[in-house]
Design a protein around this ligand. Structure first.
Ligand code: HBI
Ligand code: FE
Length: 274
C-alpha cells in the first residue's frame, strides 16, 4: 500500500467510507497511474466495448494522474445517479452490496507499487476507477450493478453468495460482449490488465462461451492467473434481463448440482467464435 492509505479517524466506520485524501498522493503515485493509463489507452481502442470508451471520454478520467473522486462523482451522478465513495480496500460483502444497492461505487483509494504494475489480486484505485467507473455512465449497466447489489443482500440471507459471486466475476470483472465489429471487452479485471486485454480476445487458449446464467453460477473461477474461460453477452440489455428474475428457486436447484472447474468444457456448451 502506498502512503496515501489512511483511514479518516482510525477505526473503520460502519460503511467503511473514508476520505480519498487526494492531497496525500505523491508524485510517484500519480506517475504509476499515468503509466497504467497510457498503457491501457494504447491497447483498448478496438478491444474495449464502445460503451466503456464513451464512459472514459464522458468522465474525462485524467491521464495526468489519479483523479479526484468528488469530480468524477459529479459527472457520474448527472449521467446515471451513481457516486463514488473512497474505501480502504476490500470491504465486507454486506457493506459492498449495500453501497451498490444505493448506487455508490466503493473505490479503493490507494494505488499499487511500481513492482506490481502487471498483476495484483486486490483492487486498487486504478482497477476500481479506470476499470469499473466508466461503464457506470451507461444507463443499463448502471442499473445492472445496482440490481446486483440488491441480489447480493438477498443471496447472503439465503446462504447462496458463492453462486452469485460467480455472476459478478464472469460479467462485471471478466465479461466479453459481442458487437458487429467482433468481440469486445467490458469486464474491469480485463480492462485494467495489460496482458489480459489482448489475451482474452486474441489467444487461442481460453474458452469463450455464450452467456449462460446457469452455467456461470455452477462454474468456479480462479483469481491468480489469466482466465481460462470467458462468457460473452450479446448486449447489456440481455445481461440485465437474464438476471432480473428471483434467484431463490434457482439457488435451491443449484445446491444439488455439481460445480464445474474453471476451463472445463461441458456437454451443451455454446462456444463463441472470435
Ligand atoms: N470490496 N472494495 C471492494 N471491492 C469489491 O469488488 C468487493 C468488495 N467486497 C466484497 C466483494 N467484492 C465480493 O462480495 C463480490 O465480488 C461478490
Ligand atoms: Fe473489480
Amino acid at each position: 500500500m502506498s502512503a496515501a492509505t489512511l483511514t479518516r479517524d482510525g477505526p473503520a466506520q460502519h460503511d467503511y467510507v473514508i476520505d480519498q485524501d487526494w492531497d496525500r498522493y505523491t508524485a510517484a503515485d500519480h506517475a504509476i497511474w499515468q503509466t497504467l493509463f497510457r498503457r491501457q489507452s494504447r491497447l483498448l481502442p478496438g478491444r474495449a466495448c464502445r460503451e466503456f470508451l464513451d464512459g472514459i471520454n464522458a468522465l474525462g478520467v485524467a491521464a495526468e494522474g489519479i483523479p479526484e473522486f468528488e469530480r468524477l462523482s459529479e459527472v457520474l451522478y448527472r449521467a446515471t445517479g451513481w457516486r463514488l465513495v473512497a474505501v480502504p480496500g476490500l470491504v465486507p460483502d454486506e457493506v459492498f452490496f449495500d453501497h451498490l444497492a444505493e448506487r455508490r461505487f466503493p473505490a479503493t483509494n490507494w494505488i499499487r507499487r511500481a513492482d506490481q504494475m502487471d498483476y495484483l489480486q486486490e483492487p486498487d484505485v486504478f482497477h476500481d476507477v479506470f476499470g469499473h467507473v466508466p461503464l457506470l455512465v451507461h444507463p443499463v449497466f448502471a442499473d445492472y450493478l445496482q440490481a446486483y447489489g440488491r441480489a447480493g443482500r438477498k443471496a447472503m440471507r439465503l446462504s447462496a453468495l458463492p453462486y452469485l459471486a460467480r455472476l459478478y466475476w464472469y460479467t462485471v470483472e471478466f465479461g466479453l460482449i459481442r458487437t458487429a465489429e467482433g468481440l469486445r471487452i467490458y469486464g474491469s479485471g480485463i480492462l485494467s490488465s495489460r496482458r489480459e486485454s489482448s489475451y482474452c480476445l486474441e489467444s487461442p487458449a481460453p474458452l469463450r462461451l455464450a452467456f449462460d446464467l446457469h452455467r456461470i453460477t455452477r462454474t468456479r473461477y480462479r483469481i491468480d492467473d489469466l482466465q481460462p474461460l470467458y462468457f460473452v453477452i450479446e448486449s447489456f440489455h440481455q445481461l440485465f434481463e437474464a438476471t432480473a428474475p428471483d434467484f431463490a428457486p434457482f439457488y435451491r436447484a443449484l445446491r444439488t448440482e455439481p460445480e464445474i472447474p474453471p476451463g472445463l468444457v461441458e456437454a451443451g456448451d455454446r462456444t463463441v467464435l472470435r
